[in-house]
Design a protein around this ligand. Structure first.
Ligand code: ZN
Length: 149
């Protein structure tokens, strides 16, 4: 028996094609464009264990970080495909909260995304997933955010 390693190149190639189709930027966007971040913590509302773990993560974060904690959404809202709550936080908190969630998400899926005034990009090509990436309803997200900040 050999320990053969299979390399799947389909995913990176598809991503590259998508990026090319969308057009490369002439210059990088400055990170000052990020006004805040959201972490969306997904859970299964029909699973007591999943909800309990989400509650533990929530309590741990609230006890340690200056965040704006959103309420529990047992029913999908906006682009989100499942139950979740939102944690909103300032860019200065990212270097500590992001790794805290990496180590303490208790198996739950977390979507980390910036807010730059481009809701569709912020939830897709600007976003990072901890755990399984879920299919967002991106078609309802506007390209640009008309709200005043
Ligand atoms: Zn969000």
């Amino acid at each position: 028996m050999t320990g053969a390693i299979t390399v799947d190149i389909a995913t990176p190639v598809a991503s590259l094609v998508t990026l090319t189709e969308r057009g490369m930027e002439d210059a990088p966007r400055e990170i000052a464009a990020i006004t805040e971040y959201h972490a969306h913590v997904y859970y299964d509302p029909s699973d007591e264990g999943s909800r309990a773990r989400a509650g533990t993560v929530r309590a741990w974060v609230e006890a340690r970080f200056p965040v704006r904690m959103g309420r529990w959404h047992d029913v999908p809202v906006g682009p989100h495909p499942g139950a979740m709550y939102q944690i909103a936080f300032a860019p200065e908190i990212f270097p500590s909260l992001a790794p805290f969630l990496m180590l303490n998400r208790m198996g739950l899926t977390v979507l980390l995304h910036p807010e730059t005034g481009r809701p569709r990009d912020d939830h897709t090509r600007h976003a990072a997933w901890l755990g399984e990436a879920l299919p967002l309803k991106t078609e309802i997200l506007p390209e640009t955010d008309s709200r005043n900040r």
